[in-house]
Structure formats: structure tokens, C-alpha cells
Design a protein. Structure first.
Length: 251
């Protein structure tokens, strides 16, 4: 996968993209990340890329010309744009979740546009295939959200993460939060690893993990349960948990 990120602050990406899993994926040539400075496409002698909004208002807006020219410079070299997704990071976009991350990871090429200043010229929206938000809050620009999106997508690319099963068992993959996990020592500060995990009975461990996922989801994210098709046994277990913990559980 190729990921082109258009930004006013390319230096911000050095740390996060030069460490851990992303660095390994780049070194193994599983992905290629290009950080593109929008200012390089400004026709202003001072490389200005912002201006005051028509009609007045606070702050400055990102101008359309350098963004359009930057995207054109990338797409003009692509023969088949059907495998490319152009994304604008904005608080007004579709909320990012694991389902959306999976969908985006299927593309071979991503172009991610980071907004900044008070906002951007509305015409920039006509450039993109999709607008994405990482949450109902405001960051100073689209750089941090672009990093979040990139990290979430890259780890789903085949070969980036070692075990496919580990991905399938993570939170949100099956609609539930992940079950608790433990490692050595068996007892630490009087906190003991659950006996079932020491039993060697893989069927009982599987059942325990599923129930713990249900329990954790009910307590922390009950909204997620409303979207799932639960078995009758799961429904009974959730009702039992709800009563014990004095929580609400839908039928």
C-alpha cells in the first residue's frame, strides 16, 4: 500500500512513523508512506497557503489551490484511480471505527489530506472520496488524526502483524471488547491469575474468555451489544450480569 499524506507540518510525522510496527512495515516494503508538504504547491513567493474567509469570521482558511495542485500531482501519475481513496480528515467526517478501518485497508493507495488553521475552503471537499473524523472533539489540525488512521490501517495489511488470530481476537473485531489477559508471575501483589487460564483446558478457557468479553462490553460499552446478534445463552448470561451489577440490559 502507498499512503500519501498532505500536510502543512511534515516534521510532525517523523517520530510516529519511524518507530515500532509502521517502521518495520516500511522497511519490509509492505507499505510506502510519502509525507507531502502542501506549501510546496503554493504559488505565493512566501509559500502562503491560507487566507481570510469571505464574509468575515475568526481565523484563517486553507486555500484550495495548493491542495488541488498537490492532489493533481499525485493522481496524474495513476492510471487506475479505482484503487485509490482520497480522504479528508475533519471533525465533520464519518466517525472512524474498526469496520471503516477494514474497508479502507482494502485500497492499494490512500491520499490523506490534513486540514489546519480555522478550517479549509469548502471547495476542497469536492476533491475527496470521503471525510473521516476520529471522534467528537477538535484537534489543532488533521495531522494527529491522520496518524491514527494510518496506524489503524497499516496493522491490517497482510504481513504487518505476525499472527492473523491475534488480529481476530482484538477488541471490536467480533463486536465485543477483548477479554482480560495475563502473563507471569502467577501471583503479583496478591493478585492471582484466574485458575481457568492455568488449567490447560482450552475449551473452558475459550468459554471463559467469551464470557469475560461479554461482561467487559456490558460494563464498559453496552451500546455495542445492541448491534450484535447474540445467542440465547449469551442473552441469559448478560441478563444475569446486569442484575448482579445493577445495569440495564436490552432483550
Amino acid at each position: 500500500m502507498i499512503i500519501d499524506i498532505l500536510t502543512l507540518f511534515p516534521e510532525m510525522f517523523k517520530g510516529p512513523f519511524e518507530e515500532s510496527i509502521i517502521k518495520k512495515a516500511v522497511n519490509r516494503k509492505l507499505i510506502k508512506i510519502n509525507i507531502i508538504n502542501i506549501r510546496d504547491f503554493s504559488k505565493d513567493k512566501h509559500k502562503k497557503v491560507d487566507d481570510y474567509p469571505y464574509g468575515g469570521g475568526a481565523g484563517m482558511l486553507l486555500k484550495p489551490e495548493p491542495v488541488f495542485d498537490a492532489v493533481d500531482a499525485i493522481t496524474s501519475k495513476i492510471k487506475d484511480l479505482s484503487k485509490t481513496r482520497i480522504i479528508l480528515m475533519t471533525p465533520q467526517g464519518n466517525l472512524l471505527n474498526q469496520k471503516k478501518v477494514k474497508e479502507i485497508s482494502k485500497y492499494e493507495h490512500l491520499i490523506i489530506i490534513c486540514g489546519h488553521y480555522e478550517g479549509f475552503d469548502e471547495r476542497i471537499r469536492f476533491l475527496v472520496d470521503e471525510e473521516i473524523s476520529i471522534g467528537d472533539y477538535i484537534t489543532t489540525g488533521g495531522e494527529l488524526p491522520a496518524m491514527v488512521l494510518t496506524d489503524a490501517v497499516v496493522r491490517l495489511i497482510p504481513g504487518v502483524i505476525g499472527g492473523e488470530n491475534s488480529l481476530n481476537e482484538e477488541s471490536f473485531e467480533n463486536g465485543l471488547l477483548e477479554y482480560p489477559q495475563y502473563t507471569r508471575p502467577e501471583v503479583y501483589r496478591n493478585l492471582k491469575v484466574p485458575d481457568v487460564l492455568l488449567s490447560g483446558n482450552h475449551e473452558e478457557i475459550k468459554k471463559w474468555r467469551h464470557k469475560e468479553s461479554l461482561k467487559r462490553t456490558l460494563i464498559r460499552r453496552p451500546d455495542m451489544l445492541e448491534k450484535l446478534r447474540l445467542s440465547e445463552d449469551d442473552k441469559k448470561y448478560i441478563k444475569k450480569l446486569a442484575i448482579e451489577n445493577k445495569l440495564n440490559a436490552s432483550d
